[in-house]
Design a protein around this ligand. Structure first.
Ligand code: TXA
Ligand code: MG
Length: 319
């Protein structure tokens, strides 16, 4: 991991306008030179992503913030100091020099400093911002290992840097800092409560459709197999009565041996952080079974489940 020869190779590819898969603590990203329009175009084409969906620019050093943002409000700096490097993306007003190809035509920009030794080493050696969406094909499950990236993008990516299994497992919390009050655009492992504690103020909870967040499309992060969430008390009965086997993700439910034999059952962790860590890998594994359905024991309520609930909701939306 973090082999410096591999990093040098990656930097060479990036300087030439190529793209490289980069591990981060959340999910693997598909990285390209954020100041090179050809690299940005390549990212969009490799992912099959519509060009009006903005990319996050990753930086390895706080001093780069002013190159990308025209204004860094004090509150944004507070969040950066508290949570970077880490799973948080800040939406700021873009600097005039930033090409709108990166921002999907918007006047704002997403910035993040990832917390993964390989990503940090790559960013520091490259010395500039790297645009990096999750390294999956558009609309599909984000990759949390180098094998997942290979499965998603294969030969379309010039190099995949090895960084093990992602520690967090779901994408960063996105916080819009351009309004009167900060607002979460995409929930992640850093919760509203933790952000409010640092800022000493309540966040804006009114949802807005104005800024475009591809993770806010109803159907996203989705396996090919249809996904359904079922209340725990209904799920056992349903599994008993079904005449075809299903792929099943349980959490607190206990299933008898016969049901476990009839269906392909995976027991998920009780803890929300552990659940998030396993989520995409398990969905991918169950999707490979090509069964008629993936049935998921519905999650408990509560802020600590928000990031996972959000992803499951999108994974189960009809396409
Ligand atoms: O954890 C993560 O954030 C990962 C890793 C690789 O860093 N990246 C990631 O990128 O999830 P992506 O492109 O798959 O999702 C980024 C989200 C998109 O939903 C995009 O629309 C939103 O960030 N975004 C980026 N810039 C934005 C902006 N200026 N305004 C609103 N949303 C923005
Ligand atoms: Mg994505």
């Amino acid at each position: 991991m973090g082999d410096s020869q591999e990093i040098e190779k990656a930097v060479g590819i990036l300087r030439a306008g190529g793209v490289v898969a980069m591990p981060t603590e959340t999910v693997y990203g598909l990285a390209g030179d954020a100041s090179n329009p050809n690299a940005i175009k390549k990212i969009f084409s490799v992912k099959g992503r519509p060009i009006d969906h903005p990319l996050i620019v990753h930086i390895g050093d706080l001093s780069l913030l002013s190159q990308w943002a025209s204004e860094v409000p004090e509150e944004a700096l507070k969040l950066a100091n508290a949570f970077w490097p880490g799973p948080m993306t800040l939406i700021l007003k873009k600097a005039p020099s930033v090409n709108t190809l990166v921002t999907g035509g918007q006047e704002t920009i997403g910035l993040r400093m990832p917390n993964h030794p390989v990503a940090i080493q790559l960013l520091k050696t490259f010395g500039k911002g790297l645009a990096a969406p999750s390294a999956n094909r558009f609309g599909r499950i984000s990759p949390t290992s180098s094998e997942d990236v290979k499965e998603e993008l294969g030969d379309r990516v010039d190099l995949i840097l090895e960084g093990g299994v992602c520690e967090v497992g779901v994408e960063s919390t996105i916080v819009d800092m351009t309004g009167a009050k900060p607002r979460i655009l995409r929930p992640g492992m850093i919760s509203a409560k933790e952000i409010e504690a640092v800022l000493n103020e309540k966040l804006n909870t009114v949802s807005s459709t104005a800024p475009r967040v591809s993770g806010s499309l109803e159907s996203h992060y989705a396996p090919i197999t249809p996904v359904k969430q079922i209340m725990p008390d209904v799920l056992s009965e349903m599994l008993k009565s079904m005449d075809v086997p299903a792929a099943v993700m349980i959490r607190s439910l206990v299933l008898d041996k016969a049901l476990q034999k009839k269906h392909s059952v995976i027991k998920m962790p009780l803890d929300p952080k552990q659940y998030a860590h396993d989520l995409y890998h398990v969905l991918r594994t169950l999707d490979h079974l090509q069964m008629s359905m993936i049935l998921i024991e519905a999650l408990p309520e509560g802020e600590e489940w928000e990031a996972v609930s959000d992803r499951l909701k999108r994974a189960s939306s009809h396409k």
